[in-house]
Design a protein around this ligand. Structure first.
Ligand SMILES: Cc1cc2nc3c(=O)[nH]c(=O)nc-3n(C[C@H](O)[C@H](O)[C@H](O)COP(=O)(O)OP(=O)(O)OC[C@H]3O[C@@H](n4cnc5c(N)ncnc54)[C@H](O)[C@@H]3O)c2cc1C
Ligand code: SF4
Length: 561
């Protein structure tokens, strides 16, 4: 039975992660009455455990099989562990399905205020016109319906608020931003940066990361304790729970409704308008309705599209706002199964079990298929690398007794780099509803069809080969490289199943993430991305969301919504 609470707002935002947090902040601070529906629990500093040693935990963070009992998929990525497991979905309560020959690990499914930003890796990179206009350059896919100059002011705005550390490198295809001072490179990283530049003319830089090196609005600079994925009591990394969402709530104009699992968008078919959201209260399992003038979905790509598919009506029988038929198609997610590692001199440094831990290391900018170079023959688009140096004891030291103890203390210093590559959008990588399976709240689940194509396979091979080439150029010893198929397919950077475009016949959203079909319905997460460039997506998700909110407010003033 549905409880008609008759609550009515100017705007409903579904999801409180990177996009939803910004939507609430931007709109509530401008005076609109916002309801924030979040499927997860409220987050608070009391849940943070970045300084808690493992020996204080019941299973010392060693009993992975206990975590796997409820979260066999989420725990495949190590940020879901004994410390954080109950921030994630229970994989049995909220399943999804895949064809048997196309397994896909949908990880990073958070159920807390802040969504994935609770545990994200914080790498924050801009896109450029090489990405927005890629289709014009190489003929594959569709251009974005906007260019770099239109999003640039919003990158500036978001970066200043979030706090991004980095260095200006002057690369046209990886534009510089509003940076705080970078987290310094180690000696090994500096050597690697200099030699790769000198010998191969490629750019290795300190990771551009959402970790503060100077305070912003009561948030302290990072003190290098290390495990950001367990929270941060000094609020030194960006998590929307204690930044954008907190600001929205402080405005007095935003109401957070927790444990609210949005099921479908409620429609007024006669006026072709969204009128609210039907959600399931995760605690009572009761369904409830909440109403608004505008609805914005920010639940993360697959989750938002699941809501649209579950909102089908007689008028939109294959999914709401899907007159184009492309809803659910062109699913993309980075490939990252190629890379390498090598050993470097320690430069007199000694290993330590308790030393400061930098939250990030290096990023290597894309170097394939750049505008002034001849096209790379083996694949379209490109990839970058994330990496870091590490120093450890020589755990593999041979022998015993005094000699063993001595060689154990010999430092082992390595650099490891992992490629992150663009996946081309393809019609046959898609999501649909599985009519046979529902979650514990009675909501039909997604069936995800995803596999790599020839372009991805060739790119992964080059990630491994180029990693070896750069480590060798930098003088590393004991170089190891890898390049293996990314099966089962998995990713944390999914995008593109309700894509933006200028042509309503080929896209679901316009450039302001407004559905072509229903003017007061928006989708402001990465599902609108027409392509998924190799840079990490979240900075662009946030900048685009703020831009779309400004458009939304202008349209409200013009009374078109
Ligand atoms: C381990 C990890 C590392 C990452 N590292 C990086 C990185 O270094 N750089 C980068 O750019 N990106 C990174 N990402 C990706 C980044 O976190 C996401 O791109 C970003 O958080 C997506 O924002 P979003 O608003 O779309 O979704 P989320 O931040 O996931 O927020 C979605 C919210 O919606 C809620 N929700 C879902 N369904 C419903 C529903 N039906 N009803 C109500 N609420 C719902 C969820 O509970 C969640 O709180 C990483 C992600 C993970 C998991
Ligand atoms: S490393 Fe820095 S940002 Fe991460 S938890 Fe520690 S203080 Fe916070």
């Amino acid at each position: 039975m549905t409880d008609q609470t008759k609550q009515s707002f100017d705007v409903i935002v579904v999801g409180s992660g990177a996009s939803g947090g910004w939507a609430c902040k931007r709109l509530a601070e401008a005076g609109l009455k916002v309801a924030l529906l979040e499927a997860g629990r409220p987050q608070s500093d009391a849940n943070f455990s970045e300084h808690k040693p493992a020996f204080e935990l019941k299973y010392r963070n060693l009993a992975a099989e206990i975590v796997r009992k409820t979260r066999p998929i989420q725990s495949k990525f190590d940020v879901c562990n004994e410390y954080t497991q109950d921030w994630f979905v229970d994989d049995f309560e909220e399943p999804y399905t895949t064809p048997t020959d196309k397994p896909f690990n949908w990880m990073g499914r958070l159920r807390m205020t802040g969504g994935r930003t609770n545990v994200w890796g914080r790498v924050s990179l801009r896109y450029s016109d090489l990405d927005f206009k890629a289709a014009s350059l190489d003929g594959y896919g569709e251009n974005w319906p906007l260019g770099y100059n239109e999003i640039e002011p919003y990158y500036d705005l978001v970066e200043k608020y979030v706090g991004i550390t980095g260095t200006a490198e002057g690369l046209a295809h990886l534009p510089d931003g509003q940076f705080q001072a970078p987290v310094p490179l180690t000696c090994q990283e500096t050597l690697f940066r200099n030699r790769v530049k000198k010998n191969l003319a490629r750019t290795v830089m300190p990771t551009r990361s959402a970790n503060l090196t100077k305070p912003i609005s009561g948030r302290g600079p990072c003190h290098f304790c290390g495990p950001c994925e367990r929270g941060c009591m000094t609020h030194s990394y960006f998590n929307s729970a204690f930044t954008t969402v907190a600001d929205a709530l402080a405005s007095g104009n935003c109401t957070l409704i927790s444990n609210a699992m949005a099921y479908k968008v409620l429609m007024d078919p006669e006026r072709n308008r969204a009128r609210g959201i039907l959600y399931i209260d995760r605690k009572t399992r009761q369904s409830r309705e909440v109403y608004s003038r505008v609805v914005i979905l920010c639940a993360q790509s697959q989750e938002s599209v699941r809501i649209l598919l579950n909102s089908a009506t007689p008028q939109y029988s294959n999914g709401l706002a899907n007159s184009s038929g492309v809803l659910g198609h062109y699913f993309t997610a980075h490939v990252r199964s190629g890379g390498g590692s090598g050993e470097f001199p320690a430069f007199g440094a000694k290993p330590s079990l308790g030393g400061p831990r930098k939250p990030w290391g290096i990023y290597i900018a894309r170097f394939r298929n750049l505008p002034n170079d001849p096209p790379f023959k083996k694949f379209l688009r490109g990839f970058g690398y994330e990496g870091e140096s590490s120093m450890d004891f020589n755990w593999e030291a041979p022998g015993f007794g005094e000699a063993y103890k001595k060689s154990l203390r010999e430092p082992r210093t390595a650099i490891e780099i992992t490629g992150f590559g663009e996946v081309l959008g393809r019609w046959d990588n898609f999501v649909e509803l599985d009519s046979n399976v529902k979650d514990v709240y009675g909501i039909p689940v997604l069936k995800i069809h995803m596999s790599d194509g020839e372009n991805e396979r060739a790119m992964i091979q080059d990630m491994g080969d180029s990693a070896g080439e750069m480590l060798e150029a930098a003088g590393a010893k004991n170089i190891r490289t890898y390049a293996h198929p990314s099966a089962p397919r998995w990713a944390l950077h999914e995008a593109g199943i309700a894509r933006m475009g200028s042509d309503p016949k080929k896209s679901v959203l316009n450039q302001f993430q407004q559905t072509h079909d229903i003017k007061n319905l928006f989708v402001m997460d990465a599902s609108g991305f027409p392509s998924n460039p190799c840079q990490n997506p979240t900075l662009t998700i946030m900048a685009l969301c703020v831009r779309s909110c400004d458009y939304l407010m202008a349209e409200l003033k013009r009374s078109t919504l």
